[in-house]
Write a protein that binds this ligand. Structure first.
Ligand code: UD1
Ligand code: MG
Length: 415
């Protein structure tokens, strides 16, 4: 545990540029609200104290965060310096390094933060910025350096003159402060800027002017610097995160034929030697076993479990269903709220009609059953072990098919 490090996560902003009714930090990147990635990172740092600052629709955000993380509410959203100020009462007795993270920064890696913290602590600095060099720095605060090339301030894009706009070194927003050095200047920050906000970035100039030690650590992977402010940034973050997720799967022994068209959410589990074909969407909370074949053109939604050696082929949607090992469902269809046994064959066009009177009903298909093409199973219904349905059969609800029976027609009747 790093006793002398506290983290404040700023997450109060509305995210005006998202044009959304949802708080910005709850927008998802690969199926996970972006603030979740920041929590993952902080958890790995094992610091002594974490305070998250919420503001816009803070109740919604708090629901996601859960009761374990300390949160405070920023009353008026008047800038990042004010947001930090609202966290300070929680850190009254804390002395040491204060790491400030922005919750709209989902691509940051823990190695980078560890490097920043080490540099800050080893050199006993008052403030250490995580900076990055961007060819297109538009939108970010620019790093100002004095004639000795020391960092002396940050100017926001909106307040920058044409020369400052040409500066390619940007502020990622991630800053380590010596807590006392920061607390000493916070009250001098004024909203003297185009947005009339209290900017935390102004603390850098104030610390510098007081003779404090300020330095920067440059990020090596510029992707990590991405701050999500608009839907364009969100799409960019999504595609970078998707690449990371898919690369990890491939390195772990999963074949993804075309990683650019495989949309696989954060937290999905896939077993060894499974093959993912192109144009596949796999949502969060899906678990796939070993040696499965998935896709092309398939939608595996939340709560889907495929055991080992399952084939789930083209134009199929599966949701809240478990499919046991050795089962084939190779062609188009819909499987919802179903428990499917081992070595089952699901014919082309099979539909589980699970939705009735506002209720989702369960379909059970036992081991070795054979579901003929275009079968409709109206739930709740059970198909017995090794039972068969003929092509075009409609099995109506509660008319369970016995083990080994063969049914045909509309409504289904024994053959
Ligand atoms: C900020 C930095 C900018 C940097 C960029 C990196 C400031 C003034 N500017 O700009 O230098 O290049 O991030 O991505 O800090 N927030 C609050 N309360 C507020 C306002 C914001 O908690 O009153 C939170 C937001 O939820 C967000 C973070 O602070 O997580 C940053 O705010 P945002 O509006 O996104 O700042 P940027 O314009 O991106
Ligand atoms: Mg931002």
């Amino acid at each position: 545990m790093n006793k002398n490090i506290a983290v404040v996560i700023l997450a109060a902003g509305k995210g005006e540029r998202m044009k959304s009714e949802i708080p910005k930090v709850l927008h998802s990147v690969c199926g996970r609200p972006m603030i979740g990635y920041v929590f993952d990172l902080v958890k790995e740092l094992k610091v002594s104290k974490i305070v998250t600052v919420l503001g816009y629709k803070h109740d919604e955000a708090r629901k996601f965060i859960g009761p374990l993380v300390k949160t405070v509410t920023q009353k008026r959203l008047i800038g990042t310096a004010d947001a930090l100020k609202s966290a300070l009462p929680e850190l009254r007795n804390f002395k040491g390094t204060l790491l400030v993270l922005y919750a709209d920064n989902p691509l940051l890696k823990k190695e980078t933060i560890k490097k920043l913290l080490k540099y800050h602590i080893d050199n006993k600095l008052d403030a250490t910025l995580l900076t990055s060099h961007l060819d297109k720095p538009a939108g970010y605060g620019r790093i100002l350096r004095d004639k000795y090339s020391s960092i002396c301030g940050i100017v926001e894009e909106k307040d920058a003159d044409d020369f400052q706009k040409d500066i390619k070194e940007i502020n990622t927003g991630i800053i380590c402060f010596n807590k006392d050095s920061l607390a000493a200047v916070l009250k001098y920050i004024k909203p003297n800027n185009r947005k009339k906000e209290y900017y935390l970035t102004d603390a850098i100039k104030l610390i510098y002017e007081k003779g404090g030690l300020v330095d920067g650590v440059k990020i090596s992977d510029t992707n990590e610097a991405l701050g999500v402010n608009s839907r364009l940034d969100l799409a960019r973050a999504n595609s970078i995160m998707q690449r990371r997720i898919n690369e990890k799967f491939m390195l772990d022994g999963i074949t993804i034929i075309d990683p650019d068209s495989a949309s696989i959410d954060y937290g999905v589990k896939i077993g060894l030697d499974t093959v993912i074909y192109p144009f596949t969407v796999i949502e969060k909370n899906v678990k796939i076993g070993k040696r499965c074949f998935v896709g092309p053109f398939i939608h595996l939604r939340e709560g889907t479990r495929l055991e080992n050696d399952v084939t789930a082929g083209n134009f199929l949607e599966v949701v809240r269903s478990s499919v046991s090992s050795g089962t084939f469902m190779k062609h188009f269809g819909y499987i919802g709220d179903s428990r499917i046994g081992r070595m089952v064959n699901i014919g082309a066009g099979t539909v589980t009609a699970n939705f009735d009177d506002g209720k989702k009903n369960i379909t059970v298909i036992k081991d070795k059953a054979f579901i003929g093409c275009d079968t409709v199973l109206v739930a709740p219904v059970k198909i017995g072990k090794a039972a068969k349905t003929g092509a075009g059969t409609v099995v109506t609800k509660n008319n369970d098919v016995r083990d080994g029976a063969v049914v045909v027609g509309v409504p289904a009747r024994p053959l």
